[in-house]
Design a protein. Structure first.
Length: 376
């Protein structure tokens, strides 16, 4: 079986919301994650409102392909949504703010498209490296988001053709009829990543080694250091699909929605929600937030595999920067050699990209080794 890489055809905006302004935006965020009320005269039967097939939440399906990510971190609230949703839901709230607050909220002028990586993949760090290094070497700015089921790479719409060429040149195969790439089969673990490295206008690096050196130099020059709060303990999970359910799909849907609402109203220190119209909701949430979902059957995934987030505050870097995704992953992949190895395998990592930050997530046992590698 092969891993498939394909574009999701929707135009996305990236929104940065400072944490102190988050309460103003709870309502539009809830509108993004909750399904619209049923059309007048429509009465879904058989309790099948959560999913009409094994992968698709029918109540979240839209006329156009859908991708949403909402992330709360110690740095910001970050929203990825369609350009239409940004204009209809967020623009009126921004307009209602005082000028000073209005200036603090950023809606990116760049339109993004998203590449979905399905199925099997390399182990965490290696998969990030294989997918993102050709894009970084081509000077393409990206954001990389991992979910329970898939990885997603956000790329500028204007760079779509370059993304195709860069991946083809690295050996990914493009199927013309489906806009899909096929990669060799591997076992999948977790992963995710962000953008950033060199200032716009700087020629792309000639090699991955040069890219990693530039990344380190840029982070040091901007005094960007990894920060960790070991009290924030995360789990990666997802809403269950129908074949996983012993209860009715309708009850499961209600439990999932209620849990998401409770999490967002509570404003946890860390939360990431990813929604598409092809997969159940994927969540990265604090362990203590699991109680909001009531019946454990609502969530798929281990509640005991704890991830510790290591934050990189990238607010001082230009949005157009490139390379952190690959540079950071390279540092952690490199922990299997050199002075940090101690005969141990590479650090298992995931990496969440948000509008103004990057978060490396590692297991508790690997936290010290990961921090040491990132500081080198």
């Amino acid at each position: 079986m092969s891993a498939q890489i394909q574009f999701i055809d929707c135009r996305l905006n990236l929104i940065h919301i400072p944490l102190h302004l988050y309460p103003h935006f709870v309502q539009p965020i809830l509108q993004l994650i909750l399904p619209p009320p049923p059309a007048e005269g429509h009465h879904p039967g058989n309790g099948a409102s959560f999913a009409s097939d094994s992968r698709t939440p029918a109540s979240w399906q839209a006329v156009e392909p859908r991708f949403v990510n909402i992330s709360l971190t110690p740095v910001e609230c970050s929203v990825v949504c369609s350009k239409k949703s940004a204009q209809e839901l967020f623009a009126p709230i921004i307009k209602s703010l005082e000028q000073r607050s209005r200036d603090e909220v950023t809606v990116g002028v760049e339109d993004f498209v998203v590449v979905q990586v399905d199925g099997q993949g390399l182990d965490a760090g290696q998969r990030v490296m294989e997918l993102t290094s050709p894009l970084a070497l081509a000077g393409i700015s990206i954001f990389f988001i991992t979910t329970y089921f898939s990885d997603y790479i956000l790329v500028p719409l204007k760079s779509r053709g370059e993304v195709v060429r860069a991946l083809q040149e690295r050996g990914f195969y493009f199927e013309e009829h489906s806009d899909a790439y096929v990669t060799p089969s591997h076992h999948r673990n977790a992963s995710s990543s962000s953008s950033s490295d060199v200032p716009p206008g700087t020629p792309p690096p000639a090699s991955v080694d040069e890219l990693q050196k530039r990344t380190s130099a840029t982070l040091k020059r901007q005094n960007i250091v990894p920060k960790v709060n070991p009290q924030i303990r995360l789990i990666q999970c997802a809403g269950r699909s129908p074949q996983d359910m012993s209860s009715s799909p309708g009850a499961m849907e209600h439990g999932l929605h209620l849990g998401l609402v409770k999490c967002l109203v509570e404003k946890p220190q860390f939360l990431s929600i990813t929604l598409t119209d092809t997969e159940p909701a994927s969540l990265l949430l604090q362990k203590e937030s699991v109680v909001h979902f009531g019946d454990e059957e609502v969530l798929l995934g281990s509640k005991e595999d704890i991830l510790i987030p290591i934050m990189l505050d990238l607010r001082e870097l230009p949005l157009e920067s490139t390379g952190i995704v690959c540079g950071v992953a390279g540092k952690l992949v490199g922990t299997s050699i050199g002075p940090l190895s101690h005969g141990l395998p590479p650090v298992e990592m995931s990496y969440l990209s948000t509008a103004r930050a990057g978060t490396v997530m590692v297991g508790e046992a690997d936290m010290d080794r990961a921090i040491a590698a990132l500081k080198m």
